[in-house]
Every structure is written in structure tokens, then in C-alpha cells.
Design a protein around this ligand. Structure first.
Ligand SMILES: [Cu+2]
Length: 141
């Protein structure tokens, strides 16, 4: 899926974010920490290679919400605090990711475009163009 250069750039920082999370899940172990540190360096290289091959589709990330058929999928996504969530519009219609009370508004996301959000709190959001589109992000306990 060409046409998402900004999304690919964001993906690299998201993968770095994921490695930080994994470090927390494996407390203490020096070897484990060293391994993930190495992967944190390797991850951007992998992304760069994918770009070079022209495979523009983001990998099926855990923190991706797809907009398709006038629906956010999944409608509830549980993420670690501080995670980056990518919203990808695979629909034929434009959408927004909006939580007005939290000051979150993607603006119009056209088909084929995306939006990245750093999640530090639970977020109930809607698409302002299609008020029936509602979904939420929850923080992992
Ligand atoms: Cu919409």
C-alpha cells in the first residue's frame, strides 16, 4: 500500500517503544536487557529494508486500529501506558479519531492515510464524520 511514508517513519519509533516495554516485562536479567538493546538498534534497520523493498504495508502490529467499513477495529484496544497506537484508514471514506474532552483530534484521515497517538490514559473516541463510529483505548493494568 504505497502512500504512507509518514506512517512508516512513525513505525520505527513504535518498535523502539515496544522494546522498552519488553524490558520491563523481564526484570533484572542483564542478558535479556542486552538482547533487547541490540534489537532496539536492529529494528530501524529492518524497517529501512522493508521500505527499500517497497513493501509499504505496516506489519500487523499489536497497537494498530484499522478503520474499515465505517468501523474502528478493534473497538477496544488494550495497550501499555505510553504506547504508540497507529490508526490506519483502509476505508473508502475519510474518518477522524477524536476525543474532544481530552483534546485529541486527528483531523480528517483520508483513505490510505494514518494517524499516530501516544496513549497515556484511557481514551473513548469517535469519528466526527460518522458519529456511530465509537471505540476506546484502555491501559493495561
Ligand atoms: Cu468516519
Amino acid at each position: 500500500m504505497p502512500g504512507l511514508p509518514e506512517l512508516r517513519l512513525d513505525l520505527a519509533s513504535c518498535m523502539a517503544q515496544d522494546t522498552e516495554v519488553e524490558k520491563v516485562r523481564h526484570p533484572a536479567g542483564i542478558a535479556v536487557t542486552a538482547l533487547w538493546a541490540a534489537l532496539a538498534v536492529a529494528a530501524p534497520v529492518v524497517i529501512a529494508e522493508r521500505q527499500a523493498r517497497g513493501s509499504g504495508a505496516p506489519p500487523a502490529g499489536r497497537n494498530t486500529v484499522v478503520m474499515a467499513q465505517i468501523t474502528f477495529r478493534p473497538s477496544t484496544l488494550v495497550v501499555d501506558k505510553g504506547s504508540h497506537v497507529l490508526f490506519v484508514n483502509k476505508d473508502v471514506a475519510p474518518h477522524t479519531v477524536t476525543a474532544a474532552s481530552l483534546g485529541i483530534d486527528s483531523g480528517v484521515i483520508n483513505p490510505g492515510k494514518g494517524f499516530r497517538l501516544v496513549v497515556n490514559q484511557a481514551v473513548d473516541y469517535v469519528c466526527t464524520i460518522h458519529p456511530s463510529m465509537k471505540a476506546k483505548l484502555l491501559l493495561r493494568a
